[in-house]
Write a protein that binds this ligand. Structure first.
Ligand code: GAL
Length: 685
């Protein structure tokens, strides 16, 4: 069990409520700024992220600084009782900077230098950009570091992307030299002789490009690793003056998710990034009420990402951005239906967020975000539905101060790995459209989400020991080190579940020779021989525990050795061979699921393991499908969030008397949850 001590990641003992505030867009409108302060009170907001894209307002000309407007924002927000998350402005730079120092402009993978414009597009190697960002950050830290209203630092905004300029090429080559020491090792790791790709001089190496090299998997993988490291190095450079001047103010940068399927953000390895941050924060924009999945299906995916980002540091995180209504960049930007805003906010808190923050406070008047949802609309009114919804969330959060700093606790972990995802996406083979690695993890997560069993979604370097059950679907890339850690986990008594397409390549994306890794063969008592890939209309089935389950996309053909067969293929040339196996190893047990199977298989399969391992149910609350129960704990209390993610009323049974945190009443027995309603209950531990 993880530590139940409270962790106040931001120092605040209250739920943060507020969000991106861009007064720099309104400096010519003092009436609007005065109005903001009144509306902040009325909306029950308390925390504002300021200065995210304010570089032009802070340094309108090179070396000519203008902080008075920000002084005034600090003063007035402070007087209003609010707190400030101060951003460094590197996410978008002034035109003068690009003009004076063109090296800060990115070069794309086709080696085309980009023009000034947009945002999130600096060269992350450029010494000039590093110097300029460090300078402005230093001035911000010196000026506001001791201000009472300063709560934390928001470094840049949503770091992403890469740059292929000559400075980055040189940095990449140095990174490679550092890693491989000599060209022979690099050529070996990248399988050099293939298509005559042996390098004879470091200067021949270029980053992957659509007009050049894109087929060398080792190069592609190393480039992605380099991009993560170089982004972190840029971030580290940004925080040098901040750490020196304000060592006690926590630092974050906002992470993202890829939105349509709500899977982890792909272009940076956040497991590495997390180590450099004090607090994880992320920007969540799920497409509620979409036309391709149920509300509960989407809620499950939001739960998955929350549990991944929370587990990166095993402490509460922050929701840094969300929309109070619609966004402006989904294909259809649908308004949140009544009740959804509060429900979606409660879900974030239930999974460990200590904040509900928005993009943005006030809708812009011009440019591309003028129709993006905001707390204050163009009507400037506190009476419209969205503003009222925000105020309702604010009032509820004010009653949840005791939840701040509490954590979650789990016996079950699912392993997600960015490097494996990159390598698998790059793999030419299997089904090009059907690999769906993160979606497969979500499929395994679903069974536990539906049973209210908490799950940590961890990464490969994290400690496996706290868990009774470790689920490792599709770990295509698995280093010797990861394999031996998995082996040790089972040896010492853990239960491990692995699936098809796991352990096929090493950390250089080179296939393992001599069949499946010997350690994996020992642990699983079997050996996957080949992977069959299905067309959508292809059929096969697995018989498991007397029932038949449909196979989709993938089926590993298995050579059974000392494992026992738990499921069997029913058709095709591998009919009657093993599809699901179980093997006792050391003090533990290892299961292998050879095929991609429908959800009902996972329900049956995990049901048995849940019983065998007596995996703790957070709170045994009886409810129907689409209701989710998630808990947070400290030493004394358990906070139980019961959330209705359906469009119908739901009957829920509370087994024994618990206090409703919002009404103060005790609840027991059958209660009715309205559409999208959340109850927050509390009980002594
Ligand atoms: C985020 C970004 C914000 C805003 C928002 C709109 O990705 O950080 O600045 O653009 O999207 O949804």
């Amino acid at each position: 069990m993880s530590n139940r001590q409270k962790t106040y990641t931001t120092g605040a003992r209250f739920m943060l409520h507020g969000g991106d505030y861009n007064p720099d867009q309104w400096l010519d409108h003092p009436d609007i700024l005065a109005e903001d302060l009144k509306l902040m009170k009325l909306s029950h907001t308390n925390t504002f992220s300021v200065g995210i894209f304010a570089w032009s307002a802070l340094e309108p000309e090179e070396g000519m600084y203008q902080f008075e407007w920000l002084d005034e924002i600090f003063r007035t927000i402070d007087e209003n009782g609010g707190r400030i998350i101060l951003a460094t402005p590197s996410g978008a730079r002034p035109a003068w900077l690009s003009q004076a120092y063109p090296e800060v402009l990115r070069v794309n993978d086709s080696r085309v230098k980009q023009l000034h414009g947009g945002r999130h597009n600096h060269c992350f190697t450029s010494p000039v950009y590093r110097e300029k960002t460090r300078k402005i950050n230093e001035l911000l830290a010196e000026r506001y570091g001791n201000h009472r209203a300063l709560l934390m630092w928001h470094i840049s905004n949503e770091y992403s992307g890469d740059c292929h300029c000559s400075l980055c090429q040189a940095a990449f080559r140095s990174w490679l030299q550092e890693k491989y020491k000599d060209l022979k090792s690099l050529n070996d790791a990248w399988w050099g002789p293939f298509w005559s790709h042996t390098y004879t001089d470091w200067s021949q190496i270029e980053s992957p490009s659509s007009i050049g090299e894109s087929a060398v998997h080792g190069l592609n993988l190393d480039w992605k690793r380099f991009v993560t490291d170089q982004t972190i190095s840029f971030f580290e450079n940004e925080i040098v003056p901040i750490k020196a001047i304000t060592p006690n103010i926590p630092i974050t940068t906002n992470f993202m998710a890829d939105t349509h399927d709500l899977i982890p953000f792909q272009s940076l390895d956040y497991s590495k990034f997390a180590k450099h941050m004090d607090v994880i924060s992320w920007d969540a924009y799920p497409a509620w009420h979409n036309d391709w999945e149920t509300t509960a299906d989407l809620a499950m995916k939001v739960g998955f990402i929350n549990d991944l980002y929370r587990s990166l540091k095993q402490q509460p995180f922050l929701l840094m951005e969300s929309t109070p209504s619609a966004v402006n960049w989904h294909s259809v930007n649908k308004a949140k239906r009544p009740g959804m805003h509060l429900l979606s906010a409660m879900q974030m808190v239930a999974h460990g967020s200590d904040s509900i923050l928005y993009f943005q406070w006030r809708k812009s008047r011009g440019s591309s975000e003028k129709f993006h949802g905001a707390v204050v609309d163009h009507d400037n009114s506190p009476n419209n539905r969205v503003f009222q919804d925000v105020a309702t969330v604010g009032k509820v959060l004010e009653q949840l101060s005791d939840v701040v700093g509490t954590n979650r606790s789990s016996n079950v972990a699912i392993l997600y790995d960015w490097e494996s995802q990159w390598a698998l996406d790059d793999a030419q083979g299997f089904g090009l459209e059907t690999k769906r690695y993160p979606q497969t993890l979500q499929q395994h997560y679903r069974t536990f989400w539906e049973r209210d069993i908490p799950v940590d979604v961890i990464t490969k370097e994290q400690d496996f020991n706290p868990y009774k059950l470790l689920i490792v679907p599709m770990l295509y890339l698995a280093s010797e080190q990861t394999i031996s850690r998995l082996k040790a986990f089972v040896e010492q008594g853990g239960t491990l579940v692995m699936t098809y397409m796991s352990g096929l390549v090493d950390e250089s994306d080179l296939a393992y020779l001599g069949g499946w890794h010997k350690d994996l063969q020992d642990v699983f008592g079997m050996h996957p021989l080949e992977t069959d890939t299905f067309y959508p209309a292809d059929e096969n089935a697995v018989e498991y525990d007397g029932k038949s389950y449909r196979v989709k996309d993938y089926a590993a053909i298995i050579n059974l050795k000392t494992a026992t067969e738990e499921g069997q293929y029913k058709q095709d040339f591998y009919a009657d061979t093993s599809a699901v196996t179980k093997h006792s190893y050391g003090k533990g047990c290892a299961y292998y699921i050879g095929a991609r199977l429908e959800d009902t298989f996972h329900e049956a399969f995990y049901e048995k393991i849940i019983e065998e391992l007596s995996l703790k149910l957070e709170a045994v609350i009886d409810h129907g499908k689409g209701v989710s129960v998630q808990c947070r704990y400290d030493d004394e209390h358990e906070y139980i969030f019961i959330m209705n993610f359906t469009e119908e009323k739901q009957v829920v049974t509370i087994p024994n008397s618990m206090k409703n945190v919002l009404s103060g009443e005790n609840e027991e027995g059958e209660i009715i949850l309205n559409v999208y309603e959340t109850r927050v209950l509390k009980r002594e531990r």
